[in-house]
Ligand binder design. Sequence first.
Ligand code: GLN
Length: 549
Amino acid sequence: MTKYIFVTGGVTSSLGKGIIAASLAKLLQARGYSATIQKFDPYINVDPGTLNPYEHGECFVTDDGAETDLDLGHYERFLNTPTSQANNVTTGRVYQYVINKEREGAFLGKTVQVIPHITDEIKRRIRLLGNENKYDVVITELGGTVGDIESLPYIEAVRQLKWELGNENCIVIHLTLIPYLKAAKELKTKPTQHSVKMLSENGVHPDIIVCRTEEPLYNDLKKKIALFCNVRPEAVIEARDADTIYGVPIEMMLEKLDVISLKLLEMPLGNEPDLSKWKEFLTKLRYPKSKITVGLIGKYVELQDAYKSILESLIHAGAVNECKVEVRNIHSEYLTPENAAEKLQNLDAVLVAPGFGSRGIEGKIDAIRYARENNIPFFGICLGMQCAAVEFARNILGLKDAHSTEMNPDTANPVIHLMDEQKDIQHKGGTMRLGTYDCELAQGSRLSGIYGKHLIQERHRHRYEFNNNYLEAFEQAGMLPAGKNPSTGLVEVIELKDHPFFVGTQFHPEYKSTVETPHPLFVAFVKAAKAHQEHKKEEATFEKNLSHG
Ligand code: GLN
């Protein structure tokens, strides 16, 4: 029978419930159990697809085309297994389902209420993943903080489920903050006591308390938390601030979070966790042999979470190359042809980010031109690829007004235009080209070499596409369609022939990079950046020698 673990948060948000959930799942997986993680978000949006990245960070896309919370990206990166729509549920989705059922007449004669109808639907969705019998353990992360009004139905659903399934089949981990008061030089447990009390008032008593802390929790303090919060002493776990999120599974292993969880769930401990591959990755990450600087050109660069998967993919690829990847954020709105050289000349590579709308678009195009003309490795993702097509059309093909119809619907040269199936769509939510599609890579293309195969699957999230009316002109001028959708002929990849590394992808490779399977395209990009750096050094030495000679 599938066992259930719930992760709740107390005291403040942003304590890293997603990372704790992913770390525990990783440890269980390393002991030979199959585990998956699910996120419940208490907001009314049906999914985060229509949310501004400033609000909610990146929108993560799954194979089946669900637009989800960025924590699902962490789950995939840690577990190396794909998630799906079932792994992310919002209050909006729960209510939408219940209300649709009510309209169909499924509750005829009854008053539809939060309890039992909404809580029943929450429970159904929790158990959906377990019902398939695919997993030994389903870990469900409840978004928000205990005490929020909007979290109440979820806490109630957990209470009922614990009652229905029994404490040995269903446990609750409460992640909380132990603040350190500098002036008093003391760690404080009171906020944790209050938050556990609040949870208990709602009928749910935590089985394990994970304490985020800047300072080590000494044993007496752990005992005090255990006593006042009524959990076993070994169920108080220290989660100290880590240098990297990828160090957290090891920290949790040392704190025996997996052992206490399995004991409470009355499951055998299984093998000692085998984390050798994970540790190898961590060593490479922590002790790099070289360093490169990549410019990330985007319009949401102030908020790191907006490009989460790209940043993590660069970390994975850096570790493979035993190279630290420093990311320099460059706001595309402030980039101009005049300052492009100053902002970009010291970079080892340029990555132009995905995005929507026209703000900052010209800066992206200027950056691409600079990278193309100066042989700087360039990688454009989704909108980044579309901007590369616009730049090429304007500056090489001489089509001065070339644009995407997203930015200029009246352009005479729409090198990027709306996909046919998008033309009649009025609704914004969940209506893009979403999820995994096949892509056939051209023989002899750079990308087929990088992937080491011809048929690849990558995830999409866009409305616009390359306009095939311009394909021949592009090809003749040296911009190759290196990857196409085999059934529709849509161009999914462009690459420049005479350039050390110039690749634009309509798909989002960043959604598929994991610790155990770093994405080949990011690995190749970092490698190209290293080569560019070497080349610059050689040139500088050569020039120095010349001037000395
Ligand atoms: N705005 C572009 C489109 O809809 C690109 C989307 C993206 O970068 N994800 O096609």
